[in-house]
Design a protein around this ligand. Structure first.
Ligand code: UD1
Length: 452
């Protein structure tokens, strides 16, 4: 066995968690909290294993629900995937030597949009891929047209029927691809596809996120020829085959940033460890404007939140700008700053669902199209609130940490998609947070949801 003893994954496919968080606010967070591996780097890295018949070993994999979904997705196609979560190692070993069926159904895509990341690697290696189209999701339309357009540029024939995209190609051919819009998973999908294409691919207007760079590092270890990942222009020389590799996933910058805001919002003194401070520059600049004291170390950040907070405007942008995945958490902080903060969401439409829940807790927030105007400082009071998506859930946890009395956050399965044991980590630094609810057998949970 890979790690000697495998810890059983928290999530059982035959069970449905109907959990809630109960949080009593008011405690400053003090001590040390450790950051897990980046979900958004681990997902494309797992998809990259499809590019070779040899074994790919990935370390620092976070123990979150999306990773379990990706495991299922690869296993359903015939891959052998072992996921191991021990005290010292979080690791997956993937062998895609015997993929039987390069298809991904709606059941998986609907719970995790990043499933479309397998489109490029599948068509590049097997000459065929059939992947369900994602529907609209809680944070806007989120199409995958740029993935499809890019694959067509590389010579894939694409058809769309019965809610599925089908891509076919004898061998992809290197080409110039100019992304109309910067897309993170689109860049990753085509980067993977181009590694096995014939000749050179030049990709322009690429996403520069650290997760793209991490994927390129893995692909290079697998034998790919890539230059420029982490810049807007990536050049790939196609090779005929890739081999196995071992790679450690980068720390999760969004989880790190969420803890940093937790320290700041509670007026705490928190040491956030096992992170990469260089990936957090835009957040640090903003927090300095707000009046939060930040001391970055080589792989840790100390945050001291004892100053009064001042309002500051935020515009979400592609990396290295302020991440859209931190917009909701920043909004929670803005409710505790003096003055008006204007938060402009430039990446996704309809990504302010958390604002309405914060208003129910006493925040003063007005939404005007892509802008939210947050007037602070307002005392928040505990309420029953509903988590609508992954980052929105994190923002409600942050708001609850400073609210009077008790907040109950429903639908925490959203947070379990991307934050590893967040309640344990927060409890470890002094938060009063507990998970309630039951783990139901799936049938019973569905009957309960349907009111039966
Ligand atoms: C990734 C991240 C997500 C983050 C987002 C933006 C993963 C698994 N997810 O999502 O956490 O919030 O980047 O930083 O890494 N678009 C199109 N057509 C396309 C693709 C995208 O119009 O084919 C649009 C989207 O609707 C959105 C924008 O481009 O408005 C950026 O989306 P994109 O960068 O693709 O987000 P994801 O890769 O899905």
């Amino acid at each position: 066995m890979l790690l000697g003893a495998y810890a059983k994954l928290h999530y059982n496919p035959n069970q449905l968690a109907m959990d809630k968080f109960v949080i009593r606010g008011g405690n400053p967070l003090l001590g040390t909290v450790r950051v897990s591996g980046a979900k958004n780097a681990a997902l494309p890295a797992m998809a990259a294993a499809l590019l070779t018949e040899e074994q790919v070993i990935l370390e620092n994999i976070p123990q979150v629900r999306d990773i379990e979904t990706e495991r299922k997705l690869l296993a359903a196609m015939g891959a052998e995937v072992e996921l191991g979560f021990g005290r010292a190692h979080h690791r997956t070993t993937i062998s895609c030597g015997s993929i039987r069926n390069p298809e991904v159904g709606y059941d998986l895509v609907k719970t995790m949009r990043a499933s479309s990341l397998v489109l490029g690697p599948l068509v590049a290696r097997f000459g065929r891929a059939r992947v369900s189209l994602p529907g609209g999701c809680a944070i806007g339309a989120r199409p995958i047209d740029l993935h499809i357009k890019g694959l067509e540029r590389l010579g894939a024939r694409i058809t769309q029927e019965h809610g599925y995209i089908e891509a076919r190609a004898d061998r992809l051919k290197g080409e110039e691809i100019v992304f109309d819009k910067i897309t993170v998973t689109g860049t990753e999908d085509l980067l993977m596809a181009a590694t096995l294409a014939e000749g050179e691919t030049l990709m322009l207007n690429c996403a520069r996120e650290p997760e793209v760079q991490d994927l390129a590092e893995l692909l290079i270890k697998m034998g790919a020829k890539i230059e420029g990942a982490g810049t807007a222009t990536i050049r790939i020389q196609g090779v005929t085959r890739l081999h196995g590799a071992k790679h450690k996933i980068i720390p999760d910058r969004i989880e790190a940033a969420t803890f940093i805001i937790a320290g700041a919002i509670t007026g705490g003194d928190l040491n956030v460890t096992a992170c990469e401070p260089q990936h957090l520059d835009a957040l640090f600049q903003k927090l300095q404007e707000v009046g939060v004291k930040i001391v970055p170390g080589p792989d840790s950040v100390r945050v001291m939140g004892d100053n009064p907070l001042q309002a500051a405007d935020v515009n979400t942008e592609e990396y290295p700008g302020f991440p859209t995945d931190m917009q909701a958490q920043y909004m929670a902080l803005a409710t505790q700053a003096e003055g008006a903060s204007i938060i402009t969401e430039n990446i996704f439409e309809n990504r302010f669902m958390h604002a309405l829940e914060m208003v129910r807790m006493g925040a003063n927030i007005k939404i005007e199209g892509r802008r939210a105007v947050v007037r602070g400082r307002t005392a928040l009071s505990g309420a029953a609130v509903l988590a609508s998506d992954l980052r929105a859930s994190a923002s409600l946890v942050l708001a609850a940490l400073v609210a009077d009395d008790e907040t109950i956050i429903d639908r925490v399965y959203h947070i379990d998609r991307g934050y590893e044991h967040i309640e344990e980590k927060l409890k470890g630094v002094g938060a009063q947070i507990r998970r309630i609810g039951e783990i139901f057998p799936k049938k019973k949970a569905m009957a309960k949801a349907a009111g039966r």
